[in-house]
Ligand binder design. Structure first.
Ligand SMILES: Nc1ncnc2c1ncn2[C@@H]1O[C@H](COP(=O)(O)OP(=O)(O)OP(=O)(O)O)[C@@H](O)[C@H]1O
Length: 324
């Protein structure tokens, strides 16, 4: 079918309507400006990481996006809808996983899921099927009929994830979802979150574990003191300056190799002892690949050549350096 200029415009308009867009958001609690000026965008089909130090406003922002807290200023659109004007419609398409979840402790995991399903207007038979599916997905099948009060922190997190997915939401807001999970469950969470985004959902995830976000996120929004300080894609993060550690059996040869490539590094180890490493900043992955080729090509015995930190950690640390 031929796309006319007009229908292309409509398509583009639809595209921008999807996902989450927030501009100029502010929210205070008494004299505390929890969110002062936040711009935020999360696209459908992508995982957007929300990153910032303790108290930077992440939870406050997520609560506003989830229509659970009213902003003092600014606008929010969730799949084109304003949560202030249409909170019910927004909530019906949204899954929310808070950082700490109060459960009805006397109920079992299965009962909690079917009760929440009923609140979304899902009929009993469908709710039962959906609860079973989700209990399996999050690995709580065996504990389905145990009262929620006996669940460990990690098991409660899994139940919280299942609860967030009960209405098959188009938009998922996950506040510290990996906290309390063991390493195996973290890997499962990563796979699940990627799968949900790949199926077209808009996924927003806040976490302090930046290495984990490197493997999951497509884009990141950095907050500091209630303000947006950087929004970038992971591809942009990969193209920025990054610190590398290069180790060699022959530190003198490594030093000479770096100097002949006009690079300044700090060195660990000394020239008398064999072995040691260099630390230096390189402008992006292409330059790193080129340098590694040159050093190896010059016969320098390289034993390790790797970034000293994750992609998002690099941005986080560079922003900390820039902060007053
Ligand atoms: N209900 C409230 N009443 C008073 N102050 C609040 C309230 N909620 C949040 N704050 C304050 O607002 C600021 C931002 O809090 P928020 O919980 O949004 O930060 P966060 O980035 O999620 O932090 P963390 O990483 O520790 O979870 C903090 O200074 C916090 O003390």
């Amino acid at each position: 079918m031929k796309t006319t200029g007009m229908s292309r415009e409509i398509e583009q308009h639809r595209f921008f309507d999807q996902g989450i867009t927030a501009t100029g958001l502010a929210r205070s609690f008494g004299s505390v400006k929890a969110v002062e000026n936040i711009d935020f965008h999360a696209e459908p089909g992508r995982v957007t990481a929300l990153i910032g130090p303790n108290g930077s406003g992440k939870t406050t922002l997520l609560l506003m996006l989830a229509s659970l807290l009213r902003p003092d200023a600014g606008t929010i659109r969730v799949n084109g809808l304003d949560p202030l004007a249409e909170p019910r419609a927004v909530r019906s398409m949204l899954g929310w996983m808070p950082d700490t979840l109060g459960f009805w402790e006397a109920l079992t995991s299965r009962e909690i899921l079917t009760t929440v399903a009923a609140l979304y207007g899902i009929d009993k038979a469908r709710a039962k099927v959906r609860a079973n599916e989700l209990l399996d997905v999050v690995g709580l099948g065996e504990l389905a009929d145990t009262p929620a009060r006996v669940l460990s922190r990690g098991q409660a997190q899994r139940l919280s994830m299942a609860r967030a997915l009960i209405n098959d939401p188009a938009v998922l807001l996950l506040d510290e979802p990996a906290s309390g999970l063991d390493p195996g469950a973290r890997v499962q969470l990563r796979t699940m979150v990627r799968g949900l985004a790949d199926s077209g959902k808009t996924v927003v995830i806040s976490s302090h574990v930046l290495v984990e976000l490197d493997e999951m996120a497509d884009a990141a929004v950095f907050l500091s003191k209630g303000k947006t300080v950087r929004s970038q894609s992971l591809a942009e993060a990969g193209a920025q300056d990054r610190r590398y550690t290069i180790a060699s059996l022959d530190l003198a040869a490594l030093r000479a190799g770096l100097e002949s490539n006009n690079l300044q590094a700090s060195y660990l180890g000394n020239l008398e002892n064999r072995g040691g490493s260099a630390k230096l900043k390189l402008p992006g992955e292409n330059r790193a690949a080129q340098l590694l080729g040159a050093l190896v090509g010059a016969g320098i015995p390289i034993t390790a050549f790797a970034p000293s930190s994750g992609l998002l950690e690099e941005t986080y640390l560079s922003l900390e350096d820039e902060m007053p």
